[in-house]
Design a protein around this ligand. Structure first.
Ligand code: DAH
Length: 346
């Protein structure tokens, strides 16, 4: 019995100096393990006289429980300490300013084109694509602009191979491509946003590369009033419900009649200002009824089919809508500019 008391005392002292679970485990083995001191003592029970067996057995059990209790309590103390240290070291101060992660922004033109695509798609238009390296045939000839025609001079074209392969000077060739692909017997409703090229010197209002949004609708019984109605809806969606529209007569080889489409000036509301050059109106696109020759050239019978076409300058739309006054802004990819007009929710 004395031995037991001594043993527990000794255990209590040892435990006080334990620093980690490894040391504690060693102690557990030393006392409670199969060959530990307490287990060894229990094997001694057999040697004791009967009357002592019971009391010694009870004491031994007590000692065993006490040893387990002491070791378990120490284990909890060590585990708590480890946990608290971990919590302290991994503590996150949510009040610290967050690290800023730089993100890009779509080019401003991307914004305006996406917006226009959404508007036209909501009216059932397909968004189509066409090549930037184009044949003279599509860029001019099929569009009723034969070789040697003065209308070609207005579009200072980059030729790539003699006079047959060029960088498209307008997105209008996609009209011809779309009609030819459709086979002359199906209605068409498409827009084509894309890059175009002209031999212009770059300045605040000119860029040798710019973007157009071409549109074409072909069906039966289409008239100029359909174009007017469509343009009116588009203008209101892009520039607001109060936007008014008007047509002015114009001339394009591939449309007859041809018009310039104007919107009422959203800055001065028609009173006259520098943006609208005191006219109260701003021109946003060229348009017209598809010329019978173009329909014919592209496989549509002008006696049966009619249609309208239009071409917006994408930069011009964006400049008007966002109040940008230098076309070069779009091509300098300055994030500070792009971010200002980012439509995404970032
Ligand atoms: N392609 C013309 C240009 O670059 C713009 C244009 C005018 C397109 C009238 C059209 C249209 O489709 O009908 O100046």
């Amino acid at each position: 019995m004395k031995d037991l008391e001594k043993m527990i005392k000794e255990l209590e002292e040892k435990i006080q100096n334990v620093k980690d679970n490894n040391e504690l485990n060693a102690i557990r083995v030393e006392y409670l393990g199969k060959k530990g001191s307490i287990s060894l003592l229990s094997s001694k029970i057999a040697e004791l006289p009967v009357e002592e067996k019971k009391t010694f057995g009870a004491e031994l059990n007590k000692a065993k429980n006490r040893a387990t209790e002491l070791i378990d309590a120490k284990k909890k103390e060590i585990d708590d300490k480890i946990l608290n240290e971990k919590l302290a070291s991994e503590n996150i101060d949510v009040t610290l300013p967050a690290m800023s992660i730089p993100v890009g922004a779509p080019n401003i033109l991307e914004n305006i084109i996406e917006e226009a695509e959404e508007v036209f798609m909501s009216m059932g238009y397909d968004v189509v694509d066409g090549p930037e390296i184009e044949e003279d045939r599509y860029n001019f000839e099929l569009l009723n602009i034969p070789k040697g025609h003065p209308a070609r001079d207005a579009q200072d074209t980059f030729y790539i191979e003699d006079e047959t392969i060029l960088l498209r000077s307008q997105t209008s060739p996609v009209q011809a491509r779309t009609m030819l692909a459709a086979g002359g017997d199906k209605p068409i409703r498409m827009i084509c946003p894309g890059k175009t090229y002209r031999r212009d010197a770059d300045d605040a209002t000119h860029s040798h590369q710019f973007m157009q949004i071409e549109g074409l609708l072909v069906d039966k019984n289409i008239s100029l009033s359909d174009l007017k109605g469509t343009f009116d809806v588009i203008a209101k969606k892009l520039f607001g419900e109060n936007c008014e529209t008007r047509f002015r007569p114009s001339y394009y080889q591939f449309t007859e009649p041809s018009v310039e489409t104007d919107i009422s000036c959203f800055v001065c509301k028609g009173k006259g200002c520098s943006l609208c050059k005191n006219t109260g109106w701003i021109t946003v696109s060229g348009a017209g009824m598809v010329h019978p020759n173009v329909l014919k050239n592209c496989g549509y019978d002008p006696e049966v089919w009619s249609g309208f076409a239009f071409g917006f300058g994408a930069e011009r739309l964006a400049m008007l809508k966002y109040g940008i006054n230098d076309i070069r802004t779009f091509y300098q990819t300055d994030l500070r500019e792009s971010k200002t007009f980012d439509r995404r929710d970032v």
